[in-house]
Design a protein around this ligand. Sequence first.
Ligand code: ZN
Length: 318
Amino acid sequence: MTIQIDIFSGFFGAGKTTLIKKLIDEKVYSKKVTLIENEFGEIPIDGAFLKKYNIEIKEIKAGCICCSTVGDFTNTLKEIIESKETERIIIEPSGVGKLSEIVKIVRKLEGVYDINLNLVIAAVDVTMYEEFVELFSEFYEDQVVHASTIILSRTQNVDEDELQKVVARIKTINERASIVTTPWDDLSGVELIGLSEEDGEQILVEDEDDHDHLHDHDHDHDHDDDDHNHDIFSSWGIETPKIFSIDLLKSIFEGLKDESSFGKVVRSKGKVQVDDVNWVEFDFVPNAFEIRQSDPDEIGRITVIGHELNKEKLVTVF
Ligand SMILES: [Zn+2]
């Protein structure tokens, strides 16, 4: 039985975790699933959720699966395949994982095992596309260029002109991908997967020259992380018993948009106490700040990811 492999890539805050949770929650995956997660200061899908759906999870934490821990990643994949206990593997690279490299690794194993690279998805926040593709082109563009399906997020937050402008720009660097523009709440998981699988034949086969020309990714895995380009990003996090009011949270995050003080914050996520009994979870990207009620936890947690983060300054506001 051929094992299907789906890759869900996406820059920080584009919503790949939300997307995966949506698909699992809507029971799109009926078969035994193993999820390989690689984080860069990102908060993983909570264990309770995965347990509820009997999803096996393998976390690769020490580095990036497209470069510094490529060996771990390949071995993890092989072990999962050889164990024959799974029928579907979902790979969730970090926000800066190079999709081209991850596709290449899976393609290599396709020659050895009975596996099929099925979906190659990039989640892209339509409200941040123009800015991020300029600022972080090396990682950002790589995901857009190598995806066979691009699922735009937050399309409900822009008007039709803005949406079409971004679609047109994406097409200039990836004309073959299908682009999903429907707001996620209006689309079922089955429809989403269906849209992606119809175009399964279009999955790009790498052309080496083209790839090197585009990305110039250092492939020497034996070097330490110092010559590794993901270093332009850093993450900062705290665990805190502090009680934040909702208004305070809102004003802190409004303040974090000030790049000259904090550096470029691209993503933050957390769970904190807001009064004697209530807790919230929040998600921040530069164009959206979402807060929702949550269960209490033993301690509050906040992570911030960005470029040239001023960590001393962050400490002072939280
Ligand atoms: Zn990497």
